[in-house]
Write a protein that binds this ligand. Structure first.
Ligand code: OSB
Ligand code: MG
Length: 371
């Protein structure tokens, strides 16, 4: 078919979180989210940049992403005849890093192409192996263990199928022990966001007695080799998040034995083409994957749902209901989770939800169209 992107509109929106979210690298109370609208033949596709407000999860943040899109990623696709959305990622190879920035545009073009073809996004990316996806929640560092236990209880009552808790030095073994004492049966995992080093291996081994599903990204954001060493010393499976930015990294991590599970985040790997490649590499190696989250608005959430319908997404992900984060989401209806802890993918063309344009306009703090 082919299409030409005539305009790209960047918007920054501000969305206060219903509850502050704290990880080992910091605390977030309000999101600054970039939305990317890619326009061809009068049809718009939408993407979300998943960078945080500071360069603490990886090197990207809202402002760096704006500049990358404005000066590098946008100009590379504007006015160019594309045969397929799969041509966008290869146009970005000259840009080192900054995958969340250009990945937001890449995802917007997949959504656009799906709409031009009248297909739901999940089908267009080759998904649909499951149309009902299992959901877990990620629970940030809390003021007290009691507060954490109360939160877990509420999420289990809502139906979520697994609980992930954030850990850091000083909020780890003793906290997990209390959680296990109270909830001996639940599917439980922890995420350290790179808060430890290999010198902490003996300490981390104390987590082995709590039969966790996995420990996510315990060591440095860019260190696959040390994770391989740590995995040899742990019974608990390591899941890599920050370390895996490409299918090549996935291959190398698997070959070295650095992980037994991979968290795929659409933005972190630069969009759908690379996310599918990571998925395929893991599948071929018998490594299950699940879909991570970055406190996304409804747009990013809807993309994550589409991605989660690929066959090797075998474990509950971090994709949860809009209302856990937002008083009002920017899509209609908001993402809802069933009492069984699942989300059913929608069949409308593109990502499947309606945009709330009035609300988006009301919370936009800057907007620029490049043509
Ligand atoms: O490491 O998975 C992570 C949020 C911000 C930055 C990093 C991470 C997270 C989460 C939240 O765990 C997952 C969600 O969006 O619900
Ligand atoms: Mg993580």
């Amino acid at each position: 078919m082919g299409f030409t992107i005539e305009r790209i509109r960047l918007r920054e929106i501000r969305m206060p979180l219903v509850h502050a979210f704290e990880t080992s690298f910091g605390r977030t109370t309000e999101r600054r989210i970039l939305l990317v609208e890619a326009i061809a033949d009068g049809v718009s596709g939408w993407g979300e940049v998943t960078a945080g407000e500071h360069p603490f999860y990886n090197e990207e943040w809202t402002d760096s992403a704006w500049l990358i899109l404005r000066h590098y990623a946008g100009p590379r696709v504007l006015g160019r005849k594309l045969e397929s959305a799969a041509e966008v990622a290869p146009l970005m190879t000259q840009i080192r890093g900054h995958r969340m920035a250009w990945g937001g545009l890449e995802a917007a073009v997949w959504d656009l192409e799906a709409r031009l073809k009248g297909l739901p996004l999940y089908a267009h990316i080759g998904g649909g192996a499951h149309k009902t996806i299992p959901c877990g929640v990620s629970i940030g560092i809390q003021e007290s263990v009691d507060a954490l236990l109360a939160k877990i209880e509420r999420e289990l009552e809502a139906g979520y199928q697994r609980i992930k808790i954030k850990i850091k030095p000083g909020w780890d073994v003793d906290v997990v022990r209390e959680v296990r004492r109270r909830f001996p049966q639940i599917r439980l995992m922890v995420d350290a966001n790179s808060a430890y080093t290999l010198a902490d291996a003996d300490h981390l081994r104390r987590l082995d007695e709590f039969y966790l599903m996995m420990i996510e990204q315990p060591l440095a954001h860019d260190d696959i080799v040390d994770h391989a060493e740590l995995q040899r010393r742990l019974e608990t499976s390591i899941c890599l998040d920050e370390c895996i930015r490409s299918a090549r990294h996935a291959e190398q991590a698997i070959r070295l034995g650095a992980c037994r599970i991979i968290n795929i985040k659409l933005g972190r790997v630069g969009g759908f083409l690379e996310a599918r490649r990571v998925h395929d590499v893991a599948q071929a190696a018998g490594i299950p994957v699940w879909c991570g989250g970055m406190l996304e608005s409804g747009v990013g959430r809807a993309h994550n749902i589409a991605l989660s319908t690929l066959p090797n997404f075998q474990l509950p992900g971090d994709v949860s209901a809009s209302k856990r984060y937002w008083a009002r989401d920017i899509i209609h209806p908001p993402v809802e989770v069933s009492p069984e802890g699942t989300i059913t993918v929608r069949e409308a063309p593109g990502f499947g939800y309606e945009l709330d344009h009035d609300f988006i306009r009301a919370i936009t703090v800057r907007e620029e169209t490049i043509a």
